[in-house]
Design a protein around this ligand. Structure first.
Ligand code: CTP
Length: 220
């Protein structure tokens, strides 16, 4: 099913610079998005992987890796390929906010306290979701601590996604910095919980679930 399909994947964190040496970021390693890129490329998909700063190597020789730093750069790289892509997978942990201003030189510690004004970043999944066409399939991720299912369902609607992969921070071994993950896949009409597995195996489960849902949508 994935052979010859064009796939856009976002992965990793974004870094939002404060000055030339400092940034606001998060602990995402990019492992889940890279595992998905590798599995899809192995199945013949044409993958563009737009990744924030990670320590990971190219996951497969045929993956087109586009390295970016900020949410704005990630959005621009996604926009360049989104219309052509059949499948969008938003696995990146995009920083929700960025500093309003970036200093051109290193900020010195002259003051006793220091306040940073932050402004909202573009929501890549939601913005592209507004232009999604019926043949395109979009997958988002959600990392929640409370009211997980309700929040995941909210993201399906708000971002026009076909599927949300939910990780709960309450589950040991799930989420950031682990080689394992424990997910629940939330679709408009179903919820399926999976056991703790290696991220490569989790990627296979996600792809199987995409296949099933996508086939259903194409029949409609
Ligand atoms: N996402 C995105 N662009 C953003 C923020 C999030 O593309 N600026 C995508 C993520 O890649 C993920 C999904 O949206 O697939 C949900 O991200 P999450 O951070 O859980 O949700 P938010 O919309 O940021 O909501 P909140 O942090 O308030 O839960």
């Amino acid at each position: 099913m994935f052979s010859g399909k064009k796939v856009l994947i976002t992965a990793g964190p974004t870094y939002e610079p404060l000055d030339p040496v400092r940034f606001i970021g998060n602990h995402s390693t990019g492992k889940m998005g890279f595992a998905l890129a590798r599995c899809l490329a192995q199945q013949g998909a044409l993958v563009t992987l737009v990744a924030g700063p990670t320590a990971l190597a190219l996951p497969h020789p045929l993956v087109n890796l586009v390295p970016v730093m900020t949410a704005d750069e990630m959005f621009a790289a996604c926009q360049a390929v989104a219309t052509e892509a059949d499948l969008w997978i938003f696995a990146a942990a995009v920083a929700d906010y960025k500093p309003k201003d970036t200093a051109l030189s290193k900020i010195k510690k002259n003051e006793a306290s220091f306040t940073i004004e932050l402004v909202k970043n573009v929501d890549i999944a939601a913005t592209l979701g507004q232009q999604k066409r019926p043949h395109q399939f979009a997958v988002g991720f959600a990392l929640e601590t409370d009211q997980e299912l309700e929040n995941a369902r909210g993201k399906l609607l708000k971002k026009n996604l076909d599927m949300v992969v939910l990780n709960s921070l309450r589950d040991p071994g799930a989420g950031f910095k682990h080689d394992t993950n424990k997910i629940t896949i939330v679709k408009a009409s179903s919820v399926e919980a999976y056991p703790l597995k290696a991220k490569d195996e989790v990627a296979q489960d996600i792809l199987e679930s995409i296949k099933a849902e996508w086939a259903c949508l194409q029949k409609k």
